[in-house]
Ligand binder design. Structure first.
Ligand code: HT7
Ligand code: ZN
Length: 872
């Protein structure tokens, strides 16, 4: 396959003035006619006329009304065209019903829908399918279905047809069409300038009761974007459609967002608190794209982080504002470490702005999205809130209607702040996770020197530490290990937020941002009487691995006293990791009881947010422990990690036994169910307590909760405990759950997932295999595939079973799925990315399965690229 390079970008030869599309919908023979007005691009260096087009049956084409015969290849067509503006007309035929790749126009549960990002508009008609070609679209849909939707505003409709016009110039990847037997949950929103916007969520008739939460989230997002970014919605109507078969979470098509039904439909009985929170965030994310992505789009797909990193950053700000900022920050860091760090430290590592690709779908990654958002967070931290706001205003003003680049983005910050961002730009071009070593030096008070001026400037500093002549120095060294294609790394700009605490827990130096630019750099704090305790990388101010072996005492101190909620949580995490590492490297060692006692004290503190306490309670997962061992040069043993982690959980439950009823009572929710931060925080802590209780009473309390729960969060957490700790009766509970929910696709996804993710390591592969034989297993539905085989990969010890059963099962199914849906197959291949961490036998097993996938006849370009990179 061909590799595309950023350095080879050239402007399009032809621009599009406007587009008219007509769809005559039929399951296996949809006719699409296009009328496109082309004009020469004055900035182009060549004049060749090339239109992308794949898997299309060309019926006819005309230029200025004259029939022409283009040269057609599997990738598109070329044709002789006039020198000046002309009108292109073509008719093609496509088959939505047999489109199982879910790219282009396809059918899902009897409904027509589209997915065009990144390069699938070319599966709908011949067109310059690249984001720097932007045009207004007019669309006519003909079918006997009652609801027919496209982008923009409705123009007219009649029996069997509807017409839509989108006045905003857009690239083809934002095109959308939906037609089906749908019903809507309507509402409206009045924008800050007083315009009334019609809002709808369109669903299948049985799902209408699951739309209210999504609609509230949409209105909150619209208001938030006005208040925080000054961005107003720009059409008369905003439609969201829920679709069952969808490769990702959702898609921001202009005025017509299409959502995976799991990312929009919710009810208390069928959705967990985590589902509600995810839905709120995804609705916000897609809505925010209207400005960061649609009004200002990307010049080319290498610039993907321009819209995705910024929009993830914006949606995380939104969630922080709607819920708890510390809890959101910690959750984001957990997610970053679980998904982005392994990617950045393995064979799939690539820069936030990649420099080459074979299949762009493989670059919708945690690096582009989540590290891309971290880069924006760092930029904001460095320039300050006020300059960030001015830079964003300038960005919208300067680039509205543009297909922009990372250079354009950084330039607005340079212009607003007068800073040179040349070095900062390395965050976009250099792959890998920087490692940050810290050493400290204390130069005690010198009685012959007067107290520093610094002290006078900080009259509130506690006397016992401030007011001396001692100097505390932190020396940082940054180093980024080599990554594919990048051996040598230059130093990056690291914003390091630091606070210093007195030994009695007061803050002697409040959060201070150190700006590190060198490979090695020292920062001193003077005017101190006693050596302080450092609280480093507060708020996780840069996406790095901090290499500092603090003593257990220091970590316990921070767990008890740190005023920064992130570093306080991090201290707890470090203690948990250290305790498990200790037991793994020396089997005679048990869990660190001092840490467990200290943690108990914090978790019982009713002044703290229950959601935060639940995060303090969560032990690092098995995958994270495998990564930790690997980083220390120890080959991880998945079974040992599993049993050590279980031993820790068991010891904690036994030690805290007497506290559990009080904790459970404290977090009991008596008010009617609400999926807000307050209640869901209590339920999260309640679930952790239930898990401990279930270890002691073998599921008795969980059984009661399972029978009486009036919401899915508690029903599912109870079922998880019953699967874990009540081996005798778990099959009955699993059956009961199925009988209760068999008609709800999204709940049955949970049912599939839980049985695999909660299976014991020796049973996980069999559980997944058994479920693939269940009548409700559907290989064509990505949600069901992920719930079954994705869940197997999430069961660390089960997936990495020594006999290779987990690897073989997954490879078998990836080979089958590739023929139907390359995009979802390729994404799931990434579960093999950390294969070089493991022992030689496991590596050999994984290699042979990857080679088996690579050898599949007609392997898709998507999967070929992924497997090739993983094996390289
Ligand atoms: N911009 C979208 C990314 C996307 C996608 C979504 C659904 C199916 C296939 C897709 N390919 C790319 C979603 C987003 O980031 O908001
Ligand atoms: Zn996005």
């Amino acid at each position: 396959p061909q590799t595309i390079y950023l350095k080879d970008y050239t402007p399009p030869a032809w621009l599009v003035e406007d587009v008219h599309l007509t769809f005559r919908l039929a399951p296996r023979a949809t006719r699409v006619t296009s009328r496109v007005r082309f004009v020469p691009n004055p900035e182009a260096t060549a004049r060749e006329f090339f239109l992308h087009g794949e898997e299309l049956k060309l019926i006819s084409c005309h230029i200025d009304g004259r029939s022409v015969t283009p040269e057609v290849t599997p990738e598109g067509l070329t044709c002789d065209v006039p020198d000046g503006p002309f009108t292109w007309e073509a008719e093609v035929e496509i088959s939505p019903e047999t489109n199982t790749a879910l790219e282009g126009l396809y059918m899902s549960s009897g409904m027509y829908c589209t997915q065009c990002e990144a390069e699938s508009f070319r599966k709908i008609t011949y067109y310059p399918d690249r984001p720097d070609v932007m045009a207004p679209f007019t669309v006519r849909i003909e079918s006997d279905l009652p609801v027919m939707l496209s982008n923009g505003n409705p123009v007219a409709q009649g029996q069997g047809w509807a017409e839509w016009h989108d006045p905003w110039k857009k690239p083809s990847y934002l095109f959308a069409l939906v037609a089906g037997n749908l019903v809507n949950h309507p509402d409206s929103f009045t924008t800050m300038s007083g315009r009334e916007v019609e809002l709808n969520i369109w669903v299948r008739p049985g799902d209408l009761h699951k739309c209210a939460f999504g609609m509230e989230a949409l209105k909150k997002s619209m208001k938030w974007d006005e208040e925080v970014y000054g961005r107003e919605y720009d059409l008369d109507i905003f439609n969201i459609v829920a679709v069952d078969d969808f490769n990702m979470g959702a898609m921001e098509n202009k005025g017509l967002n299409i959502f995976n039904s799991s990312a929009v439909l919710a009810s208390p009985e069928t959705s967990t608190d985590a589902n509600f929170e995810r839905i709120e965030a995804i609705i916000a994310h897609e809505y925010f794209h209207n400005w960061t992505g649609n009004r200002i789009t990307c010049r080319d797909w290498f610039q993907l982080c321009l819209k995705e990193g910024l929009t993830v950053y914006r949606d995380s700000q939104f969630t922080s504002d709607m819920r708890s900022a510390p809890v959101k920050r910690i959750s984001d860091v957990i997610d970053l470490r679980a998904r982005q760090f392994p990617e950045d430290q393995g064979p799939l590592s690539h820069p936030v702005r990649p420099e080459s690709f074979q299949e762009i779908n493989n670059f919708y990654t945690a690096t582009v999205y989540e590290k891309g958002a971290e880069v924006i967070g760092m930029l904001k931290r460095l320039v300050g809130d006020e300059a960030y706001a001015r830079a964003l205003d300038l960005y919208f003003e300067r680039h509205d209607g543009d297909a922009a680049t990372i250079e354009d983005w950084l330039k607005v910050f340079e212009d607003v702040t007068d800073r040179d961002l040349t070095q900062f730009k390395r965050w976009y071009s250099q792959s890998g996770t920087p490692r940050l070593k810290v050493t400290e030096e204390w130069t005690p008070a010198d009685a012959s020197r007067p107290p520093s001026r610094d002290l006078a400037a900080n009259p509130e500093a506690p006397d016992q530490v401030r007011g001396g002549t001692g100097t505390y120095t932190l020396t940082f060294e940054q180093h980024t290990p080599p990554t594919p294609g990048q051996r040598d790394k230059a130093p990056q700009v690291l914003p390091i937020a630091v606070g210093l605490l007195t030994p009695n827990g007061d803050e002697v130096v409040p959060t201070t941002l150190l700006e590190m630019t060198e490979a090695k750099q020292s920062f001193s704090f003077d005017g101190l009487t006693r050596k302080p305790v450092p609280s480093l990388l507060r708020g996780f101010s840069a996406p790095v691995v901090l290499e500092r072996e603090a003593s257990r005492e220091e970590r316990l101190f921070l767990l008890a006293h740190d005023t920064d909620s992130f570093t306080r949580w991090e201290a707890s995490r470090d203690l948990a990791r250290a305790s498990m590492l200790g037991a793994l490297t020396d089997p005679s060692k048990g869990p660190d009881r001092t840490w467990l006692e200290a943690l108990r004290g914090v978790v019982r503190d009713t002044e703290l947010d229950p959601a935060y306490r639940a995060l303090l309670l969560a032990l690092p997962g098995e995958n994270e422990m495998a990564q930790t061992l690997h980083e220390r040069g120890i080959t991880p043993d998945p079974e040992a990690i599993h049993s050590t982690r279980q031993a820790h959980l068991q010891a904690r439950a036994e030690l805290w036994q007497a506290n559990l009823p009080i904790l459970a009572e404290e977090v009991a929710v008596t008010a009617p169910y609400r999926p807000d931060a307050e209640q869901s925080g209590k339920r999260a802590l309640g679930a952790a307590v239930l898990d401990m209780q279930s270890r002691i009473d073998w599921g008795k309390t969980a059984a009661r909760q399972f029978e009486t729960a009036d919401n899915m969060t508690q029903q599912l957490s109870a079922l998880a405990c019953l699967i874990r700790y009540d081996a005798k009766n778990s099959a009955r509970y699993i059956r009961d759950f199925y009988d209760q929910w068999k008609d709800d696709r999204l709940v049955i996804d949970k049912w599939f997932m839980l049985q695999v993710s909660e299976a014991t390591p020796d049973r996980a592969a069999e559980a997944a295999e058994g479920l693939t034989q269940h009548p409700d297993f559907d290989l064509k539905n990505p949600n069901r595939f992920r719930a079954t085989l994705g869940a197997l990969a999430m069961n660390h010890a089960g997936f990495h079973r020594a006999d290779g059963a987990g690897y073989a099962l997954l490879a078998d199914w990836l080979i089958r799925l590739d023929t139907l849906n390359p995009q979802t197959t390729a994404r799931m291949c990434s579960v093999f990315q950390a294969w070089r961490r493991y022992d030689a036998d496991r590596q050999a097993l994984i290699r042979s399965n990857l080679e088996r996938i690579a050898a599949k006849p007609d392997l898709s370009r998507d999967v070929a690229e992924m497997v090739g990179r993983i094996l390289a």
